[in-house]
Design a protein around this ligand. Structure first.
Ligand SMILES: NC(=O)c1ccc[n+]([C@@H]2O[C@H](COP(=O)([O-])OP(=O)(O)OC[C@H]3O[C@@H](n4cnc5c(N)ncnc54)[C@H](OP(=O)(O)O)[C@@H]3O)[C@@H](O)[C@H]2O)c1
Length: 374
């Protein structure tokens, strides 16, 4: 049965005690969290903390690209480590990184860096670890954007030496948004965590890098909580569950004689174009209070049923994350030599499905896109 688990007010209050700075605190009932904002790490402070650091970003994928370009714009001394003869290397050159100066093969960059940002894909991190390990010398910092490699060490064998810092900053969104929002003067929220503080500098290193990569604000977590919540979120409401729900509703509408465009509009287009931006701005509580009374009655009655039906699935998902099954599946599938080929077959099936062909047709009709074609 549905029960309302979280209630009570949330306040933003100031906490003058931390590091002598005035930092924001979020208070939700009896729980309070300190939040690090850009004003806590202004550009001069970042440059001061980073003055003697060389940040080597290993991997020029979506995160490596977004984070490194933002850090460079924030005055951090950044170099890139990327395997040569690859599309990512070519993209780095196109973005202005200079081979032999600011762009190097991975091991060369790792040798030069004092902070190593390990931003290969998670399967790539496991594979390249033996080559990275000799470069993790005393006093350096190893930085992740996911708790994956460290938390599932039994499967990844990523076990850092004790005399280095091990830190994490995990943007809560795509690397593409990390760059795009930064250029728009906005920022993505990130979590940060310290796994090892060997030098006494780990907190300052993590927080200043967190702001330098373009985060709007940072909230503290642990490596384990980051990876458990992240794997649950992307398999759940962010990607897996939402698509499952959309597809189920689309199929039911189609089976009952609704046109493809009507079914897609009622399932996806209205959600993403109208409701989600309003929910982002004001919350679902506001949305419920500001829709038609007909929609309101229906949503109030039916959300409990969907909650009760999906909660056991979320519980199963969380167990599968916590016991390492999801990691095993990810590593096995992503390390397979045919990984790309098999993935493309699965992705093509979705892209070719009626629902997303209908989606492409409906999106093309948006007035701003229709005008583009004229
Ligand atoms: N994607 C996101 O938006 C997101 C969000 C938050 C956190 N994260 C985390 O950020 C980290 C980086 O993720 P990402 O999505 O940016 O990765 P990605 O786009 O998949 O980037 C892959 C990078 O890793 C390199 N790479 C992959 N396998 C390799 C191997 N076996 N040997 C050497 N290099 C290899 C790729 O080089 P090639 O181009 O040469 O293959 C590329 O530079 C991960 O820990 C991820 O969980 C990602």
């Amino acid at each position: 049965m549905y029960t309302n688990m979280v209630s009570g007010p949330i306040f933003l209050i100031e906490n003058p005690s931390l590091l002598g700075n005035v930092m924001q605190k979020i208070q939700i009932d009896s729980e309070s969290e300190t939040v690090i904002e850009r004003s806590d790490y202004p550009p001069e402070k970042i440059r001061q903390i980073m003055a003697n650091e060389i940040v080597a970003v290993l991997g020029y994928g979506v995160q490596g690209r977004g984070q490194s370009l933002n850090m460079k714009d924030n005055g951090v001394n950044v170099i890139i480590g990327q395997r040569e003869n690859s599309k990512s290397w070519d993209l780095a050159v196109k973005d202005g990184w200079v081979p032999g100066k600011t762009l190097f093969p991975m091991e060369e960059a790792a040798a030069k860096g004092t902070i190593i940002q390990y931003l290969l894909s998670d399967a790539g991190q496991k594979e390249q670890w033996p080559k990275l390990l000799p470069h993790l010398t005393k006093g350096k910092a190893l930085y992740f954007s996911h708790g994956f490699s460290i938390v599932y060490k039994d499967q990844t064998h990523v076990i850092p030496p004790a005399d280095i810092d091990v830190i994490l900053v995990a943007p809560k969104g795509s690397g593409t948004s990390v760059r795009r929002l930064f250029l728009e003067g906005k920022g993505i929220n990130s979590s940060y965590a310290i796994f090892q503080d060997a030098t006494g500098k780990a907190y300052d290193r993590a927080r200043s890098l967190g702001i330098a990569i373009g985060s709007g604000y940072l909230f503290e977590t642990t490596f384990q909580k980051e990876v458990f919540s992240d794997l649950t979120g992307e398999r759940g409401v962010l990607m897996g569950a939402i698509y499952g729900l959309w597809l189920a509703q689309y199929e039911v509408l189609r089976a009952n004689g609704h046109s493809a465009s009507e079914s897609f509009n009622e399932t996806v287009e209205e959600a993403t174009q109208s409701l989600y931006p309003l929910i982002a701005e004001n919350g679902m509580d506001w949305m419920y209070a500001n829709c038609s009374t007909t929609a309101q009655r229906g949503a109030l009655d039916w959300f409990k049923k969907f909650h009760d039906a999906s909660k056991p699935v979320f519980e199963e998902l969380y167990r599968s994350v916590a016991d390492g099954s999801e990691t095993r599946r990810t590593l096995e599938s992503n390390s397979h030599p045919d990984y790309r080929k098999n993935l493309e077959v699965e992705l093509k099936e979705i892209a070719d499905s009626e629902m997303w062909r209908a989606g492409a047709a409906v999106r093309a009709l948006r007035p701003e896109r229709a005008n583009d074609k004229k």
